[in-house]
Design a protein around this ligand. Structure first.
Ligand code: GLY
Length: 346
């Protein structure tokens, strides 16, 4: 079992990674917790991952629906009402068992309930383990945009049980692999031929270090959004106008990484060899690097402008001589030209 610490002073916590990590739950419960509510989804229950799960205190299980559509304030209210009905006090604990949607929503419900109740994440997807469950970003969507309401609220512990990945549907792997490919440019990279547990641990170690340095995304943490500006634009354009693209988040991130590399090269920040490295990493994780057919440069730039991570001006997280960092004031003409270089309609 790997143990990585997210070092945040009094809010520091362990991330345990390995097969069967979920069974460490009772040992990581906050001191003084006398009751727990486990928040999960039916698919996780049906896969059997709650069997034998023992927080060591009396608990109730509460399920929420699956899919992005469930990431709403309405679900947060429902969860908080269930917490109240089960007699959960501020000293007790919420346990989120599932992927990024469960940990985002249950984490935000915990952040809000009694103005802040402890929670533990048990991440059962690759995306959750290498990204969403670690770092304390919790929140929900509004009709106006994704993740517009939320809180930085760190978990008391995160358990990344690699056993639970056995039931992950094939395309869900792509979601996590896109994030893994991202880490290849942010620190000691995961290698596709390493043991899975080792790969997850390497990603978590990078994330833990970045979060410890910049918990509230003042600057450095923005590097974790590498590849995401185009990715979010592709996801939004896909949802709005191109259902046939059917892109998973990680696939969109992979395309976003290639775009970011080409844009950085256009701006003279990296050379051709470094662009080739991006292509090699994306291919090694078996992810796409080309824009989907019919993508329009103008449409994608419009969606990028709406992405909160792009902020007001066109800010991109780009590779360069000092590593991956935010670059402000990128000219829209460079962005358009890079998209056209990738085959977008001009
Ligand atoms: N998923 C990016 C972050 O946690 O900052």
């Amino acid at each position: 079992m790997h143990e990585i610490r997210v070092a945040l002073g009094a809010r520091s916590y362990p991330v345990l990674i390995g097969p069967g990590a979920r069974h460490e739950l009772s040992g990581v419960l906050p001191v003084g917790a006398r009751r727990a509510v486990i928040v999960t989804q039916e698919a996780v229950q049906e896969a059997g991952w709650l069997q034998g799960l023992d927080p060591g205190v009396p608990f109730e299980v509460c399920t929420m629906a699956g899919g992005e559509a469930t990431k709403t304030m309405g679900t947060v209210e429902e969860l908080c009402r269930r917490f109240a009905q089960s007699g959960l006090s501020r000293a007790d604990v919420v346990v989120a068992v599932g992927g990024g949607i469960v940990t985002d929503v249950a984490g935000f419900a915990a952040a809000s309930y009694h103005r802040g109740t402890a929670y533990v994440n048990i991440a059962t997807t690759l995306l959750g383990q290498v990204d969403a469950a670690v770092g304390g970003k919790t929140g929900v969507n509004l009709p106006e945009g994704k993740n517009l309401v939320g809180a930085f609220w760190q978990p008391a512990a995160v358990l990344c049980d690699t056993e639970t990945l056995a039931t992950l549907p094939p395309r869900e792997w792509a979601c996590g692999k896109g994030e893994m490919a991202k880490y290849a440019f942010l620190g000691q990279p995961p290698r596709p031929d390493d043991e899975l547990e080792e790969q997850v641990a390497r990603c978590v170690a990078i994330k833990a270090e970045v979060v410890a340095a910049d918990e509230r995304e003042g600057d450095r943490r923005m590097a974790l959004n590498y590849g995401h500006t185009l990715a979010h634009a592709l996801e939004s354009a896909g949802m709005a106008d191109h259902p046939e693209w059917d892109l998973r988040h990680g696939e969109a991130v992979a395309i976003g990484l290639i775009f970011a590399a080409l844009l950085a090269r256009r701006l003279g920040r990296i050379d051709e060899a470094r662009v080739r490295q991006h292509r090699t990493v994306v291919a090694a994780f078996d992810l796409p690097s080309a824009l989907p057919p019919g993508a329009s440069a103008a449409e994608l730039v419009t969606f990028m402008g709406r992405d909160k991570k792009a902020q007001q001006d066109l800010t991109f997280v780009l590779d360069g001589p000092e590593g991956v960092q935010p670059v402000r004031g990128v000219a829209p003409s460079d962005v358009l030209a890079t998209l056209v270089e990738m085959g977008a309609l001009s």
